[in-house]
Write a new protein. Structure first.
Length: 366
């Protein structure tokens, strides 16, 4: 037994199909007005009365479609899939689907939907065969630049598209890898770091990695510390360089000794820790290390020692930044200095700390 509101309306299958198709066609028509160099941007106002001017298909769909309607979710999933697989062409995809539905609607009066869907599936297989025949397998830099320019034509970067097209081609070629004779590009290896207060033309391509959000907790600019190191030998460590303070020691194991706030044993423990720290620091120096990226802390004693030796150091590096640093420098993350060998060291032409609008940023180049 089903209970419905007295205001409920029963819709026939034909009416439901027409409603779903009409909604998709309406969105498709909207996308047409924003497509290409002559397309117009749209002013989107959300529920919080926030304004946004955009010509990007994904943002437009999120702004105009609610979550409650089934067809809206279908449209959003279509756009999301296109965006994940290609990174562009959302508007074109929605328009194409709208045209396919328009042609299918003409047949619905006399033909069951299943044969129409099967026909489109056969057409998809045929289209893939044709595309495989005409697809290019080798691309020159000029061709890749034209592809980038075509994409940028529909963005707000039209006036500086030449500048960014060159940058995009360099970045994509840099992360391209050949595996089993096939080229693979992981776009997650390309990082876009945004900084307010500058113009588009102040943008810079970095063949390496940029770490931002640097401060007292992240990268400590100790007095006398190097701000630029050339021909860097980089130690990537999941180890800290810290000496425990006596007042903070509650219970700690050192060899076979357990310390519990005994002043004599605390003093012995600190001496041993300082000796171990000095040994680790000397080993770094003997390996030719001049830059240290550490995922844990570096205390004042180690910072002072490293600064005197001309090191540049960054501490408490985040997981994603350490992963990017490993990829950019070719180094290997090790858990302790004892495991560090010359083969584990990362290399870079230059590591530099620069200040942009009050924020310290670390650049690893080459």
């Amino acid at each position: 037994m089903f209970l419905f509101s007295k205001n409920s309306v029963r819709l026939e299958k034909r009416s439901v199909k027409e409603g779903l198709i009409d909604t998709f066609k309406m969105v498709s028509d909207l996308m047409k007005t924003a497509l290409g160099p002559q397309g117009s941007c749209k002013l989107i106002i959300n529920n919080l009365q926030e304004f946004m001017i955009t010509s990007r298909g994904t943002i437009m769909l999120n702004g105009i479609l609610s979550e409650d309607a089934i067809v809206n979710n279908i449209i959003k999933k279509t756009a999301k899939t296109q965006n994940q697989e290609v990174g562009d062409g959302v508007k074109t995809t929605i328009i194409l689907v709208g045209e396919l539905l328009t042609n299918a609607e003409k047949l619905l009066g006399n033909i069951h939907p299943n044969p129409i869907v099967n026909g489109y599936r056969l057409a998809t297989i045929k289209a893939e065969e044709v595309l495989e025949k005409i697809a290019l397998t080798r691309f020159s830099d000029d061709f890749l630049k034209k592809v980038a320019l075509t994409t940028l034509n529909s963005r707000l970067l039209v006036d500086v598209k030449e500048f960014f097209a060159d940058m995009i081609v360099k970045a994509v070629k840099q992360v391209c890898e050949v595996r089993d004779g096939q080229k693979h590009i992981d776009l997650n290896h390309i990082r876009i770091v945004k900084k307010e207060g500058r113009s588009f033309l102040d943008s810079e391509y970095i063949d390496g990695v940029v770490l931002r959000g640097l401060g007292m907790k992240y990268l400590y600019l100790y007095p006398g510390m190097q701000r630029k190191v050339k021909n860097a030998k980089i130690a990537l460590l999941n180890q800290g360089f810290e000496v425990s303070l006596g007042e903070k020691i509650k219970s700690k194991m050192f060899g076979n000794i357990v310390i519990r706030n005994d002043p004599n044993k605390v003093s012995l423990f600190l001496e041993k820790e300082i000796d171990m720290l000095n040994e680790n620091l000397r080993k770094l120096s003997s390996l030719g290390v001049n830059v240290v990226f550490c995922m844990k802390g570096i205390d004042e004693y180690a910072l002072h020692w490293m600064a005197e030796k001309g090191f540049l150091m960054a501490r408490r590096i985040k997981d994603e930044d350490m992963e990017a640093s490993i990829k950019a420098t070719g180094g290997k993350l090790v858990n302790s200095v004892d495991e560090l060998t010359p083969a584990c060291l990362g290399e870079a032409k230059e590591v530099e700390v620069k200040r942009y609008d009050g924020e310290e940023m670390l650049f690893v180049r080459g």
